[in-house]
Design a protein around this ligand. Sequence first.
Ligand SMILES: Nc1ncnc2c1ncn2[C@@H]1O[C@H](COP(=O)(O)OP(=O)(O)OP(=O)(O)O)[C@@H](O)[C@H]1O
Length: 296
Amino acid sequence: MRVIRTEKLSKYYGQRRGVVELDLEVKAGEVFGFLGPNGAGKTTTIRMLLDLIRPSSGQVWVLEQAVWGNVGLRRRLGYLPGELSFYEGLTGWELLRYLGRLRGSLDPAYLQQLLERFDLDPSHKLRTLSKGSRQKVGLVQAFMHRPELLILDEPTAGLDPLLQVEFQKLVREVQEQGASVFLSSHMMGEVQALCDRVGIIREGRLVAVSTIGELTERSLRRVRIRFDEAVTPGDWAQVPGLKDLRFDGDWLEATVQGSLDPLIKAAAQHRVRDFISQEPSLEEIFLTDYDTRSAA
Ligand SMILES: Nc1ncnc2c1ncn2[C@@H]1O[C@H](COP(=O)(O)OP(=O)(O)OP(=O)(O)O)[C@@H](O)[C@H]1O
């Protein structure tokens, strides 16, 4: 089963591009990361999945049902908006009870467990809460009815590192229990820790869909190697995947695309004192994908 499917999904705000011809598929049981820089179209996509805004063209199915006007579907979904800006005058409790009633039966013990895990006191009015506490209310309400599919817009924005870890644990638990998760992010670390597959959106278009392994494999990595003695340009330029080679005394610096293996084998011909490999940043990954596409 595919829990999310879109076909040539486009949204224009007047002349302004929201998203363009998006073909997206998320399988049942998977945690899917939707990555992209600011303004790429993540929130626009998510709002169309929830029927909060209507597409300009194209189709959307969620849990194998068309979403337009489908109120029954909402109970089966957990949604965390990017900005929890409604219901400012309610306390956390009032909001949770109100949403709980809309969604039918709630398990009070599970709700209590979520409040404790996120260290949330829901007795204050939403308007008085810090960004982090509002985010916690948003997360608790998204998970509390044990939805089949969670759609989370920037779930860890504003959360402190301990709670980010707690969030990741919770996502893994619900995945083990059979739920599917679609989350948007611009944090590579979070996506790497959690997601089975990732879709990258850029300027409204889906530019790549792959597993995390493929994504990092394809992307650029900056490597610095220190040898026992000064290095000379020699045969380094012949090593596959190396770019932007620089030599500085006993240090060699290079950008590596793809596997590190050829470089490691070449370096092993010498005595190595240090080896530093920098994880590619999200920006570098975007850049790599863009390069791949324009070269194609
Ligand atoms: N209500 C709106 N009216 C006009 N343009 C909009 C509206 N909402 C979004 N856009 C435009 O659509 C594009 C996609 O925006 P969207 O908010 O979906 O991006 P995003 O990937 O979620 O970005 P961010 O990470 O900053 O939230 C942007 O160019 C944005 O300016």
